[in-house]
Ligand binder design. Structure first.
Ligand code: G6Q
Length: 546
């Protein structure tokens, strides 16, 4: 059902005006229990959503909107393996990869769980062999460095998790090469020993130019060290892919290939064998905990009432700001440094899933869909773009994320980290009135004319919303739950907007165009013609030989 045709949408539209005129400061004043009421906890994640421009009446309607647009039924379809990715005629079953239960998950009449577990066991076995030193390079040396070559969904997930869990890493060093710029590969390889380096070529399709170009150069680097002995490839290259034919064409032994399935979307694939680098870095047990955490969140998402359901709450608040209060972007600010790639990961997850302007059936939408997602770790962001969050002209909701416990933490850093995080959320909500500025400046003895000159500059209007997510710890389990939480948030929003959140024609376009232009750059003439600007650029680039 088109969300704009629901009764909840009409009521929400009529509630906007009142909300625009209400300050959160007043809402807290009127309702002393607001902070205690508007919070919930599940799977090791405490969500305080009291600092949102939200009343109970609005929340009621948002919940109704999810119901009227049939989100719970759509979720059931996803978990049951129905082909909800209608443009690619595929099921969407990343949840089957972390299903720790006994219920079969059927695709095309077949239970996929036994195969999922079999591939996972092979992946674990391999990870164990690499970690223990049993797996040897072509000169009999144990592996000290593992380089994952992949891009997009075949890079961001494992990279983000490996970074996040670095304090727990006890295996070989992990490196990630994604950019086709040769400096990425060369800077990575310059300190590595080919006899001790293992490459994981990660590509669902095994046709992505950037990945294949990097993988070919990596292969040449290895063969150079192995004096052209192709037998070395089998000791130093493994593939993670769904395309056995292309893997074998590249020269990787299928014994060294770890598969997955077309019903795992790239940006949802870290739970599959694409997660091999994670299992190598922290061990299969740690990877299993990550899966278990995501499974905890899957169960919570399916079973908790919408009002207490973390993915629903985050999604509905996002819809409220995006579709009713005019916010077109959303900040993610993790306060743990090891979560520094989380914003980039969520950018892909959210923007590739819901950056669409037609509904699943193909008709154009007449309402805003996925917002721009951006962010950086706090406290760094505070010394940079937070200025705009505090005093800029746009309304930009923020997700503050802070894990309270992490191995290797030290005082007084931890206390300062927490203090900064809480202070920012408070300041965004409260703001600072002109009267408060005056009092503060007078107390410092500032002259009245100076106070008057600075008053509006130093005033903060406040009323700027944020969610506060406090994680018990940054363990694999809680992290798994956090990622699944965002996956389901994106799902709920996509379902309300009526989108197919699981295709990515924009990415496909990029792949197709780059191939054509790469051919043109290689040939003096012939090939496909492009628009006049691109033709001029092709000619310009041709004159700038390296
Ligand atoms: C993810 C996207 C995209 C994809 C990359 C890499 O959902 O489809 O980011 O993951 O383009 O694709 P391959 O894994 O096929 O190389």
């Amino acid at each position: 059902m088109n969300p704009t045709s629901t009764s909840a949408w009409s009521v929400l539209s009529s509630q906007t005006q009142e909300m625009q005129a209400t300050h959160m400061r007043d809402m807290f004043e009127k309702d002393p229990s607001r902070a205690q009421r508007l919070c919930t906890k599940a799977c090791g994640i405490y969500l305080d959503y009291s600092k949102n421009r939200l009343t109970d009446a609005v929340l009621d309607q948002l919940v109704k909107l999810a119901e009227e647009t049939g989100v719970p039924a759509h979720a059931r379809k996803m978990f049951a393996g129905e082909k909800i990715n209608n443009t690619e005629k595929r099921a969407v079953l990343h949840t089957a990869l972390r299903n720790m239960g006994d219920t079969p998950v059927m695709v095309g009449g077949q239970n996929v769980i036994p195969e999922v577990r079999e591939v996972r066991e092979r992946t674990y076995l391999f990870a164990r062999r690499v970690r223990s030193g049993e797996w040897r390079g072509f000169t009999g040396q144990a592996i000290t460095d593992v380089v994952n070559i992949g891009i997009g969904g075949s890079d961001l997930g494992p990279l983000m998790i490996v970074e996040a869990l670095k304090p727990l890493a006890d295996g070989p060093r992990l490196h990630f090469v994604s950019n086709v710029d040769s400096l990425h590969l060369n800077q990575t390889l310059k300190d590595l020993d080919p006899e001790r380096t293992l490459f994981i070529v990660a590509s669902k399709t095994f046709t992505t130019i950037e990945t294949l170009t990097n993988a070919r150069s990596a292969r040449a680097w290895l063969l150079n060290a192995a004096k052209g002995d192709k037998a070395a490839i089998a000791r130093h290259f493994v593939a993670v892919s769904t395309n056995a034919e292309k893997v074998s064409e590249f020269g990787i032994d299928l014994e060294n290939m770890f598969g997955f399935w077309d019903w795992v979307g790239g940006r949802y694939s870290l739970w599959s064998s694409i997660g091999l680098p994670i299992a190598v870095a922290i061990g299969p047990e740690g990877f299993n905990d990550l899966l278990a955490g995501a499974y905890d969140m899957d169960l919570h998402f399916q079973n908790a009432p919408i009002r207490e359901n973390l993915p629903y709450l985050l999604a509905l608040l996002g819809i409220w700001y995006n579709n009713f209060l005019g916010a077109s972007s959303h900040v993610v600010a993790p306060y743990n440094q090891t979560l520094h790639r989380l914003p980039a990961f969520l950018q892909q997850l959210d923007m590739e899933s819901n950056g669409k302007s037609v509904r699943a059936e193909g008709e154009p939408v007449h309402y805003a869909t996925g917002p721009v997602i951006w962010g950086e770790p706090g406290t760094n962001g505070q010394h940079a773009f937070f200025q705009l969050l505090h005093q800029g002209t746009s309304l930009i909701p923020v997700d503050f994320i802070l894990a309270l416990k992490q191995p290797g933490q030290m005082e007084p850093h931890r206390t300062s980290q927490i203090a900064n995080c809480l202070a920012q959320a408070s300041a965004l909500m409260q703001g600072k009135t002109q009267a408060e500025v005056q009092t503060e400046m007078r107390a410092k003895g500032v002259a009245e004319d100076q106070i008057a000159a600075l008053l509006t500059h130093r005033e903060f209007k406040g009323n700027r919303p944020s969610n506060m997510m406090l994680l018990d710890d940054l363990s694999p389990r809680t992290l798994g739950a956090l990622i699944a939480l965002y996956e389901h948030k994106v799902f709920v929003q996509g379902a309300i907007w009526g989108l197919n959140s699981f295709d990515q024609w924009g990415v496909e376009l990029g792949k197709q165009l780059a191939t054509g232009i790469e051919q043109r750059l290689g040939a003096e003439d012939g090939g496909q013609a492009y628009d006049a600007s691109t033709e001029a650029l092709i000619n310009y680039v041709r004159t700038a030989k390296p």
